[in-house]
Design a protein around this ligand. Structure first.
Ligand SMILES: [Zn+2]
Length: 386
């Protein structure tokens, strides 16, 4: 978060537990909240009071579960429109913006294509314009938005608000949070896009209630976000979850990272395209052309996708053997060609999982770009917590 002195909304552990549970699960009675958090009813009531007074929670009308079931209960609910959160995903050729409410519901979206200049100054100027556009789309957005989350692929130093490395040209150790906070007047959090998406799925999606959870993205890049003990793993050097750079084939192709036989060097969309180019002797072939060949039954193209699927499935199995997640969500634009390698992913996954680890289900979750922008906005919701 930047500026770093900004105060979270909840600080006491009891308030934190109550708000987090209501955000994830929707309305609950005080009795149910007490049961689920392990707090006393008195502690729940005390924790909820300041959040009700500040307008973040409200009481629903009383509901009586059954005739003669005793005193009616007023479930507590999050007031979704109490505060809004802006999010922007920076991709290689566009910016995707959104405003979400407190329950991570999408309220508006907008998009800006990047121009020829993709350096930091030009992109951040476009980003500022996009944030103005989404916040001006409704008066309450401008009034009740304090946080902006920015999600970008690459190596991000969240605490310092800097992008250390990204595929965008000239993005090497670029301060982002500080200049954007100055330009927009918002509190700004910058995070790696896969990590932001992992938190969003953990809090509001497939990962709700799990202590151990992983999200894997496939496509142009291959990466993962890990949740251990209910917390996103950042890693001491900021590279936890580099699934794409697990070296799984010593005789495999050279990776752009310098290693040999990385999952990404075999299974990224560029790697699949290169493999089909080599096999078919068509140096001009693009990825869509490779997909068409494979769907048309070309054996070399089908073999390239099969090998990619084996690499991805093996990589996910290694992750599952190490981490033991309750479930893994697989997402990313690579799902568009799941028909070509899905079977191979599943076979390699099953073959390489160690015993009970194979119980961990793989959930496919196609996520359009709005979801990546939503992941950026959720960084602001996360910043309400200590
Ligand atoms: Zn690599």
């Amino acid at each position: 978060m930047f500026p770093n002195h900004a105060q979270p909304l909840v600080t006491a552990p009891a308030e934190t537990s109550v708000l987090a549970l209501l955000l994830a699960e929707g309305p609950l009675s005080r009795v149910e909240l007490a049961r689920r958090t392990g707090l006393s009813s008195t502690a729940v009531t005390k924790a909820a009071r300041p959040l009700i007074e500040d307008g973040y929670l409200h009481e629903l009308p009383p509901e009586r579960t059954a005739p003669g079931a005793g005193r009616p209960v007023n479930p507590l609910a999050v007031t979704a429109d109490r505060e809004y959160f802006a999010g922007v995903k920076i991709s290689a050729d566009a910016l995707f913006g959104t405003v979400c409410d407190l329950r991570a519901g999408l309220r508006t979206t907008a998009e800006r294509r990047l121009g020829a200049d993709r350096g930091p100054a030009a992109v951040l100027a476009l980003l500022h314009g996009l944030v103005d556009e989404i916040l001006d789309s409704a008066p309450e957005f401008r009034e009740r938005t304090r946080h902006l989350g920015i999600a970008v692929s690459g190596d991000v130093d969240r605490a310092a608000g800097r992008v250390r490395y990204s595929v965008l040209p000239g993005w090497q150790d670029v301060p982002v949070a500080e200049p954007v906070a100055r330009a927009t007047g918002l509190r700004v959090t910058v995070e790696n896009d896969v990590k932001a998406l992992t938190v969003t799925e953990h809090w509001f999606g497939e990962g709700i209630g799990t202590e151990y959870f992983a999200l894997v993205t496939i496509g142009a890049g291959i990466g993962s976000g890990l949740v251990v003990g209910g917390q996103l793993v950042a890693g001491a050097y900021g590279v936890a979850g580099e699934l794409g750079h697990l070296s799984i084939d010593p005789a495999g192709p050279r990776c752009h990272c310098g290693q040999t036989g990385c999952v990404e060097a075999i299974a990224s969309s560029d790697a699949i395209r290169d493999s089909v180019r080599r096999a078919t002797g068509a140096p001009e072939l693009d990825f869509d052309g490779a997909v068409q060949l494979a769907r048309g039954g070309d054996p070399a193209a089908r073999a390239a996708f099969a090998r990619a699927g084996q690499a991805i499935g093996t990589g996910i199995a290694i992750l599952v053997n190490l981490l033991g997640p309750e479930r893994v969500v697989v997402t990313g634009e690579g799902l568009d060609t799941y028909d070509l390698f899905g079977l191979h992913i599943r076979e390699a996954y099953a073959a390489n999982c160690f015993k009970a680890a194979a119980k961990c289900p793989l959930t496919l979750r196609p996520l359009p770009w709005e979801e990546w922008a939503r992941g950026a906005a959720v960084l602001g919701i996360q910043a309400l917590f200590p």
